[in-house]
Design a protein around this ligand. Structure first.
Ligand code: MLT
Length: 240
């Protein structure tokens, strides 16, 4: 098994991803929202790139069965039901519903790697479950941090490093780590005792604190609170 992580969120050439399992990571906060919402009983999530697409998409579903969620500039979008804080995605609001989600980086990332053999949403919430799924699949793995508007993101790379660490702890076949994976692992080892420190140092973590979402940092740093593996297939994310 070969493990690679794409340190910059540039769309990979489809032929490079089609033989691999992919884990998309936007731990602050899109893939944390997705994992949380699925664990609270949401039916499915449709990630879309733009606000306009989201408003168009919701018209296709019967009244009251679909929610609009997401952010721009980290804040809830006008006319939407929910923002992009995982704490908002409680069972009372989301159970049995469909979510149309649009976020600055995270939702676009799924479409960049849609030709992967299996595309999963990873976060600290479900890191052990994701590691198990990667091991069960046995494919080469590409971890895809969604980044910060085209730039490297510290928090997603640390989460990717944790995933590599968990896989190495369980794997029974030889593993080849690409240089980027070695780097992510080293970064994770630096922050593993204090994941919130990585959040606080990161550009996006600091933006979230300035915009009043400091509580989301502690919330998103919770490790292994669910066994859910959200899988993106044919444009839709459902739990596994
Ligand atoms: C994103 O997709 O860019 C993020 O999740 C942004 C955020 O939650 O503030």
């Amino acid at each position: 098994m070969q493990i690679d992580i794409q340190l910059l969120p540039v769309s990979p050439v489809p032929s490079l991803v089609s033989t691999k399992a992919i884990v998309v990571i936007d731990v602050l906060r899109a893939t944390s929202v997705i994992t949380h919402a699925v664990s609270r009983g949401i039916l499915e999530i449709i990630p879309v790139a733009t606000v306009e697409e989201a408003f168009e998409m919701v018209k296709h579903f019967p009244h009251n069965t679909a929610l609009l969620g997401g952010e721009r500039g980290s804040r809830k979008i006008e006319g939407f039901d929910l923002g992009n804080s995982p704490r908002e995605y409680i069972a009372e609001k989301v159970k049995g519903k469909r979510l149309i989600l649009t976020t600055t980086n995270g939702t676009k990332a799924f479409h960049s790697v849609s030709s992967g053999k299996e595309v999963m949403a990873g976060s600290f919430f479900n890191i052990a479950a994701i590691a198990r799924r990667c091991l069960d699949l046995g494919h080469d793995l590409l971890i895809f941090p969604s980044g910060d508007e085209g730039r490297f993101s510290l928090e997603d790379t640390v989460c990717g490093g944790m995933l590599i660490d968990r896989i190495l702890a369980e794997v029974r076949t030889p593993v080849v780590l690409r240089d980027a994976s070695q780097s992510a692992l080293i970064l994770y080892q630096r922050f593993k005792e204090n994941l919130i420190e990585a959040f606080r140092l990161s550009t996006h973590g600091r933006d979230l604190m300035e915009r009043g979402f400091e509580e989301d940092l502690a919330y998103c740093a919770q490790v292994d609170i669910t066994d859910i593996v959200p899988i993106f297939r044919e444009g839709v994310i459902r739990g596994h």
